[in-house]
Write a protein that binds this ligand. Structure first.
Ligand SMILES: Cc1cc2nc3c(=O)[nH]c(=O)nc-3n(C[C@H](O)[C@H](O)[C@H](O)COP(=O)(O)OP(=O)(O)OC[C@H]3O[C@@H](n4cnc5c(N)ncnc54)[C@H](O)[C@@H]3O)c2cc1C
Length: 606
């Protein structure tokens, strides 16, 4: 049976000691709302809810799944009541403007809240999670009337939202979207088409569902430049903001999936459904991409949540399960065998899980500070400010999404491995984590798409490598402060070398790409993983630096806590970071090694 406890000490170490959130909050217009007492109240209050209400529904929700009958979806037992408690607690709106009923706290706190709910129960947390995308879209692109009509209920949580992009023929390539939007005389639009794979597309948790839909206006340009964005409510709101007439958007079925069984993934049919244009005509995909960064951080949080849950539930087992004797000699003489935590190979599994979990959290909390600034731009209606911070965050998001989700699969696999054969048995829950984690590398853009975005769009086309030079200069500058520090020397020398190599590799790929365009696609996965391992190394070095400082000068935590941080950093640098070298070597292989094989030569079955 899985259980969840919020890792408050790890979270506060990052927020207060490594990333200095209190100082960061002083730079935000809404930062004074996030005084230490409020932050504690949010973390503790929400943890109570997550641990006692939604965590116990994680395995039962998976076993029961969602039910579909006559176009309606019923969520698993307990989900609706839990959602009601979530709404009553006012949790949906903590980072949204007070004008719409929110608490106007910095967005980073909302992301930290998301981590807690996601770890307790990822499938449940997808329902409020999808609403976030819908709220952000209306907040940023809606007109005042649309904001006043939809936001209070969405922020309250009594209405939920979705993002309807995908169609049977259009997933990664949204330029192929076929759903049509034709104007009515009254300024509304008739929406016709079918969307597939829509998370939270239909359910029984809320009185209304507001769909944000990508569709084409008549005579729209072909491809991505001809897509517009529409609000399509399940029930059309009356002028007083209450639910009115049923709209003709219907759930045709829900998918039977490998995991996240408690999250309804719907086929939605729009048959002359009434829609309302949001934002400018033909600029829908651009608007949607505005929120890709936040959505992708959300999937990075999903990765972190699976890592944390797997680690928390693997560790106790390794202290209880006994098997043979440690090679270095008996550890538990009073027992017939030693606990498996005494075997170095089991420690490899555990330390990898721990290093990835805490490293991922640090990377996400770092990016969350940029999300605060970006949200400040939205709240102030300051497009320039929004774009500046959106750009900054844009460098990190493919790594948070692509790299961290790939790592989460390894952590989930290690969690099962620690349990031996029991890891494969449902009641322990480890196989559920592995199944639930698997979707994270697929939706919100596959790992391949993230890798192409990072290397092709952000690094080569977007900045001609400058973004890498800027980032590595910052890291190397940080390293230079520690070159004579005997505790830190090992970390900063390794990091400095990797940063120098990263620049050289980037230039070499750019030169190769002049003659061999396909190299970008051929090298991007290695490049993404290479960058991810180096970025995580920087976070571990920073955590080690703080831990050394606290050990010497005193901190709020125990010496064992700081020592464990340093030991995990050492494990990461010795046993994990060398993987980057292999990716660096592989990425320079000419693309012909992949492209030369004739498509008909992949198999010889005929
Ligand atoms: C459970 C679940 C929930 C989902 N929730 C939502 C939702 O709420 N809203 C929504 O709109 N969608 C949702 N989706 C859809 C999801 O975002 C898409 O499935 C995903 O974007 C991939 O699209 P696709 O399935 O069409 O794969 P394809 O686009 O067909 O990709 C197939 C393979 O080709 C690769 N590929 C494609 N193009 C390129 C290229 N140019 N270069 C290199 N490789 C390429 C991909 O990386 C992938 O490996 C969900 C899907 C699932 C399964």
């Amino acid at each position: 049976m899985l259980s969840y406890k919020t890792p408050v000490r790890d979270m506060k170490f990052l927020m207060n000691d490594v990333l200095n959130y209190p100082e960061h909050y002083k730079t935000l217009t809404n930062g004074s709302n996030a005084d230490p007492e409020t932050v504690d109240m949010i973390i503790e209050g929400f943890s109570d809810f997550a641990q006692s209400v939604i965590a116990p529904l994680y395995q039962s929700g998976d076993a029961e799944g969602c039910h579909f009958k006559d176009g309606e979806v019923t969520t698993p037992a307990g989900f609706k009541d839990a959602y009601q408690q979530f709404v009553e607690g006012g949790w949906q709106g903590i980072s949204y403007p007070e004008q719409y009923g929110g608490m106007n706290l910095p967005m980073s706190l909302n992301l930290i809240k998301s981590e807690i709910q996601a770890t307790a129960n990822w499938a449940w947390s997808m329902y409020p999670g999808l609403s976030t995308g819908c709220i952000n879209t209306i907040l940023h692109y809606g007109d005042d009337k649309q904001k006043d009509l939809y936001l209070p209920k969405l922020v309250e949580g009594t209405w939920a939202g979705t993002m309807c992009l995908t169609e049977a023929g259009a997933g990664t390539d949204l330029g192929q979207v076929k759903t049509k939007a034709e104007p009515n005389d009254d300024g509304t639009f008739r929406i016709n088409g079918t969307k597939i794979f829509i998370s939270s597309g239909e359910h029984d948790l809320t009185e209304n569902i507001i769909h944000i839909v990508l569709a084409r206006l008549p005579h729209a340009p072909e491809g991505t430049k001809g897509i517009s964005l529409f609000i399509v409510p399940k029930f059309i709101p009356n002028a007083d903001g209450e639910v009115g007439e049923r709209n003709s958007v219907n759930c045709g079925s829900i998918e039977h999936k490998m995991g996240i069984n408690a999250s309804a993934t719907a086929v939605l049919n729009f048959d002359d459904a009434t829609g309302y244009l949001i934002g400018k005509p033909h600029k829908g995909l651009r608007a949607m991409f505005t929120f890709m960064n936040t959505a992708r951080i959300g999937t990075g949080i999903q990765a972190l949540s699976h890592c944390e849950l797997a680690f928390q539930n693997a560790l106790p087992y390794t202290k209880e399960r006994r098997s043979m004797r440690a090679l270095s000699g008996t550890k538990d003489p009073d027992h017939v065998a030693d606990a498996i935590i005494h075997h170095a190979d089991v420690r490899r599994l555990l330390l990898t899980m721990k290093a990835f979990t805490e490293g991922a959290r640090s990377m996400i909390y770092h990016a969350a500070r940029y999300a605060d600034k970006m949200s400040e731009g939205i709240a102030e209606g300051n497009q320039e400010k929004f774009e500046k911070w959106d750009d900054k965050i844009g460098f990190y998001t493919p790594v948070l999404k692509g790299f961290l989700t790939e790592l989460s699969l390894e952590v989930a696999k290690n969690g099962m491995q620690v349990y031996g054969g029991h890891g494969y048995i449902k009641e322990w829950g480890m196989e559920q984590i592995a199944r639930d984690a698997r979707i994270s590398t697929l939706y919100e853009g596959t790992t391949g798409v993230q890798a192409l975005d990072l290397l092709g769009r952000k690094i080569i086309l977007g900045s001609k490598g400058k973004i890498v030079r800027d980032y590595t200069t910052g890291v190397m500058k940080w390293c230079s402060d520690y070159t004579t520090d005997k505790n830190m020397r090992k970390f900063v020398w390794a990091l400095t070398k990797y940063c120098a190599d990263w620049n050289i590799l980037t230039v070499r790929i750019m030169l190769l790409a002049r003659k061999d365009r396909e190299i970008i696609s051929a090298a991007c996965d290695d490049y993404l993983m290479y960058v991810g391992y180096i970025m995580m190394a920087y976070h571990w070095a920073r955590m080690a630096a703080v831990a050394h400082d606290k050990l010497e000068n005193g901190g709020t935590e125990s010496p064992e806590f700081y020592k464990a941080k340093i030991q995990t950093a050492e494990f990461y640098f010795d046993k994990i970071l060398p993987r980057a070298g292999a990716h660096g070597e592989s990425m320079l292989t000419p693309s012909q090694v992949m492209t030369d094989m004739d498509a008909d030569s992949f198999d010889f079955l005929d």
